[in-house]
Design a protein around this ligand. Structure first.
Ligand code: CP3
Length: 357
């Protein structure tokens, strides 16, 4: 299997995203957007009509079409698999749904040792429709456009399971973490296994890079992150490096300015940065050798084009300063996902602008 999941170096050179992640200087700066597929696109709203979000994630034809939509429109350097961080939990048999405008809602929140012990393990067969979509996508994507797979990191998945849905303060999650560390570590260990199985299915099917989303890790102090979270995320990265050493690993969270070094240390090749820390400062926090991804504030896209252009140029200039100071590479992206009210025409102009700089 290893010959199918280890890209040759000539392959890497043909993909600006893979080259930047590997610390090379591609001819053009790669750009993609978190949540580039989704409600900002009228063609997405059309194909999703009458089909539930989770239902759509288990239909390879729909996953393939929705993943390709933003690439066709914006000519990004990467496609990100259309799926969700809770898809492997659903596949394993956990009763949950994604409610439009709210997010994942879990029927029976997981709040004690008995509930953690009863969590089902994910079997790779259960995410076979996702693997099938990845294979279809690799046949469809143009040369040079890399396919990124992803999974939710153990902490962010745990926060949905423990809270039962989206949360502002993550108080039940932190209560479990502090009051019953043993159960906490069992829970995160189990979710690390889920992430490894989900990512392995995607990489073996042809995903050329993957991003581990720890979207809500920024609610933790650095000390708590290191003690309660980092070892589990590190196990995910280590398992994936062993499976496929040449597949670049991206790691991202929101409000993680204080955690950037630790998130890199967990084992990522590319560290995602939201809009709160400029990339040259982020490079100092992450340390030399790792690439950076980000970090335009998605709300900026609502402003006038002059403002957007100035901000895109600023991000690229700060990235260049980061590269001069030892950062491995830069992948242009937003600091978090595309907001649903974004004018997709502005995203296309941002791609063209980044490529022209
Ligand atoms: O980025 C992409 O284009 C790929 C698709 C993708 C989705 N979810 C599709 C989606 C990815 C990478 C995710 C990951 C995800 N899901 C994260 C981590 C990334 C991040 O944004 O921090 C998180 C925290 C989730 C959980 C989740 N799922 C939320 C918070 C929501 C939004 C709820 C809402 O309706 O506003 C979802 C639903 C979801 N996932 C949608 C999409 C396109 C919207 C569903 C719809 O179209 O009705």
């Amino acid at each position: 299997m290893s010959d199918t999941i280890e890209p040759k170096s000539d392959t890497v050179a043909a993909y600006p995203l893979l080259a930047a992640a590997a610390g090379e200087r591609p001819a053009r700066r790669p750009v993609w957007f978190m949540r580039q597929a989704g409600r900002s696109l009228p063609e997405y709203r059309k194909v999703r009509e009458g089909i539930g979000m989770l239902q759509s994630c288990f239909r390879p034809d729909l996953v393939c079409e929705i993943t390709l939509q933003p690439v066709r429109r914006h000519r990004t350097d990467a496609a990100i698999l259309f799926s969700d961080i809770v898809v492997p939990l659903k596949a394993a048999g956990i009763d949950l749904d994604i409610v439009s405008g709210i997010g994942p809602v879990v029927e029976q929140p997981v709040r004690d040792a008995a509930a953690v012990a009863a969590l089902p393990a994910l079997d790779a067969q259960q995410v076979e429709p996702v693997a099938e979509a990845v294979r279809m996508l690799r046949g469809e994507l143009a040369d040079g456009v890399a396919l990124i797979g992803f999974a939710g990191a153990p902490f962010t998945l745990a926060s949905y399971l423990v809270e039962g849905g989206p949360s502002r303060n993550h108080e039940r999650t932190k209560a479990l973490m502090y009051s019953d560390p043993q159960t906490w570590h069992t829970l995160l260990g189990s979710l690390a296994d889920t992430a490894i199985t989900f990512l392995t299915a995607q990489v073996e099917a042809g995903a050329q890079a993957f991003q581990l989303f720890d979207s809500w890790a920024g609610v933790l102090s650095l000390a708590d992150y290191r003690e309660y979270v980092q070892p589990h995320s590190a196990r995910v990265f280590a398992a994936m490096k062993e499976l496929s050493p040449a597949t670049p690993a991206f790691h991202f969270g929101v409000g993680t300015g204080e955690l950037l070094g630790a998130m890199g240390d967990a084992g990522a090749d590319v560290v995602g940065v939201d809009w709160r820390v400029p990339l040259d400062e982020a490079a100092r926090r992450v340390g030399p050798g790792k690439a950076l991804q980000g970090n335009l504030d998605p709300a900026t896209l609502m402003a006038s084009w002059d403002t957007v252009e100035a901000q895109v140029r600023r991000v690229c200039a700060e990235a260049d300063a980061a590269l001069a100071a030892g950062a491995g590479g830069h992948v242009f992206n937003l600091g978090h996902g595309v907001l649903p009210s974004t004018d997709p025409g502005v995203l296309t102009r941002v791609v063209d602008l980044v490529h022209s700089l």
